[in-house]
Design a protein around this ligand. Structure first.
Ligand code: URA
Length: 433
C-alpha cells in the first residue's frame, strides 16, 4: 500500500496547535495499528494532543478511526433495548456487580464488557474471578446467548474490539500521556460504541481516588464523552460522582463481591445502594423504560435482582453458593482519638488495598482474591480512641507494613461532625453540536 501522508507533518500540525484533517486522522490511527507509524512517532503525537487538545470534530473522527480498526457488535436481534454503564474507576467501586442484574430485571439487556484493574483501582473482572468457577472470557456468540437468556453479562472485551486502542493505551501508559482528555474520551467511547449498546450511562469519578482530581476536569471529560456517544447515535448521559472517599465499606476483590451480595440481598452500605439505584434509574430511562427509584429499590429488597445475579454467575460457570475466598492474615487499624471521622482518603485506602495484594503493578501480575481493606467507619461516624477503623486482609503478612504506610495521614478525626456530602455531584446530558 502507498502511504499517502507524512506522519512528521501530522505531528508538526498538532505541535503548532493546528487542526488535523479527517484523512490525516484516519490514516495515522490505521497506520499506527499496522505498525507503519512507529511508537516514538505516535508518542510525540499523543504528547502534542495532551498539550494542545483536539476540537470536537477531531475527537469524533479519532474515535471513529479507532472503532474502524476492529469489529462492531450487534445486539439488534435481542428484541429488547440494551443499556450499559462505564465507570472511570475508583476505590471500592463494585457498583457494576449489583447494577447489571438490577437493570436486567426490567427487561433491559446489559452487555457489560469490563477490564482488569491496574494500579490503585480494582477491575470488575478481578472481583468476579474471586467467585469459584466464574470465567470472564466468552465468545461473542456465548455473550449474545447469555444476554438473550439471562439479560445481563459481565465479561472481558474480546481482542477484536478497537485494537487500535489497545496498542495506543499501552503506549500512553509508558509515555505520560494517559491523562489527555481527548485520548481518554476516545479510548473509552470507541470500545463502548463498537460494543453496540443502544444506551450508555457514564459514571465519571472525581476526587482523590479518581483519574480526574478536579470537578472541572471531570466535567470536561464527561461532556466530551456524552457528545461522542450522542454524535454516534448512542443515548448517553453522565453522572459526576464523588471519589474522595471509598465507595462502601470494602476495597478488594472477594470483599467487594461479598458487599455486592449484601446489596442484592436488600442490605449493604447506603452509598453503594444509592449509587446503584441512581445509575440503574439512568440506564433504564436511557433505554426507554420508566421504572423509577422506588421500584428499583424494591427489586433489590425483594430478591428479583438477586435471582438475575445467581443466573448470571451460574451461566459463566460460577457457583453463587460457594464460600468466597478469605485472606490468610488480618490486622486491625485503630482510631487514635475520640471524635468524628472527618476525612477518609480514597487514594490512601486504594493504595493500601493494592499493596495488600488486591491489585497489580504490571498487567501480568496475579491478584489475591481475599486481600484488601475493610472499613468499620465512614466520614461522619462517631469514633472512640482504640476502636477498630479498618481491618487489613492479605495472604502475605510482609505486606502489612507498606499498606499501613499508605494509610498514614489518610484520615482525620475532629471534634465536630463534618457536613455530609452527596455521592452524585452532577448530571450531564447531550447538548447541540
Ligand atoms: N480507560 C480506558 O479505557 N481508556 C483510557 O484512556 C482511560 C481509562
Amino acid at each position: 500500500m502507498t502511504e499517502q501522508h507524512d506522519v512528521v507533518d501530522i505531528i508538526r500540525t498538532k505541535r503548532d496547535r493546528g487542526v488535523l484533517a479527517d484523512e490525516q486522522i484516519d490514516w495515522v490511527v490505521d497506520a499506527y495499528t499496522r505498525g507503519v507509524v512507529a511508537d516514538e512517532q505516535m508518542s510525540a503525537l499523543a504528547m502534542a494532543i495532551l498539550l494542545n487538545g483536539m476540537s470536537r470534530p477531531e475527537i469524533a473522527r479519532w474515535t471513529a478511526a479507532m472503532i474502524a480498526s476492529g469489529e462492531r457488535m450487534d445486539f439488534s436481534t435481542l428484541g429488547r433495548p440494551t443499556s450499559d454503564k462505564h465507570s472511570t474507576g475508583g476505590v471500592g467501586d463494585k457498583i457494576t456487580l449489583p447494577l447489571a442484574p438490577l437493570v436486567a430485571v426490567f427487561d433491559v439487556a446489559v452487555p457489560q464488557l469490563s477490564g482488569r484493574g491496574l494500579g490503585h483501582t480494582g477491575g470488575t473482572l478481578d472481583k468476579l474471578e474471586s467467585v469459584p468457577g466464574w470465567r470472564a472470557d466468552l465468545t461473542n456468540d456465548e455473550m449474545l446467548a447469555q444476554l438473550d437468556d439471562v439479560g445481563a453479562v459481565i465479561c472481558a472485551a474480546g481482542a477484536g474490539l478497537a485494537p487500535a486502542d489497545k496498542k495506543l493505551y499501552a503506549l500512553r501508559d509508558v509515555t505520560g500521556t494517559v491523562e489527555a482528555i481527548p485520548l481518554i474520551a476516545s479510548s473509552i467511547m470507541s470500545k463502548k460504541i463498537a460494543e453496540g449498546t443502544g444506551a450508555l450511562v457514564l459514571d465519571v469519578k472525581v476526587g482523590s481516588g479518581a483519574f480526574m482530581k478536579t470537578r472541572e476536569d471531570a466535567t470536561e471529560l464527561a461532556r466530551t464523552m456524552v457528545d461522542l456517544g450522542t454524535d454516534a447515535g448512542v443515548t448517553t448521559v453522565a453522572l459526576l460522582t464523588d471519589m474522595s472517599v471509598p465507595l462502601g465499606l470494602t476495597a478488594g476483590n472477594a470483599l467487594e463481591v461479598r458487599e455486592s451480595v449484601e446489596v442484592l440481598s436488600g442490605g449493604g452500605p447506603q452509598d453503594v445502594v444509592d449509587l446503584t439505584v441512581a445509575l440503574a434509574d439512568e440506564m433504564t430511562r436511557a433505554a426507554g423504560r420508566e421504572v423509577g427509584a422506588d421500584e428499583l429499590r424494591a427489586a433489590l429488597a425483594d430478591g428479583r435482582a438477586m435471582d438475575v445475579w445467581r443466573r448470571m454467575i451460574s451461566a459463566q460457570g460460577g457457583d453463587p453458593d460457594a464460600p468466597l475466598p478469605t485472606a490468610a492474615e488480618t490486622e486491625t487499624v485503630t482510631a487514635d482519638a475520640d471524635g468524628y471521622l472527618e476525612r477518609l482518603d480514597a487514594m490512601a485506602v486504594g493504595v493500601a488495598a493494592w499493596r495488600l495484594g488486591a491489585g497489580r503493578a504490571l498487567k501480568e501480575d496475579p491478584v489475591q482474591a481475599g486481600a484488601g481493606v475493610e472499613l468499620h467507619a465512614r466520614p461522619g461516624d462517631r469514633v472512640t480512641a482504640g476502636q477498630p477503623l479498618m481491618t487489613l486482609h492479605t495472604d502475605t503478612p510482609e505486606r502489612f507494613e507498606r499498606a499501613r504506610a499508605a494509610l498514614d495521614g489518610g484520615w482525620t478525626i475532629t471534634g465536630e461532625a463534618p457536613p455530609s456530602s452527596p455521592v452524585v455531584l452532577d448530571r450531564i446530558t447531550a447538548q447541540e453540536a
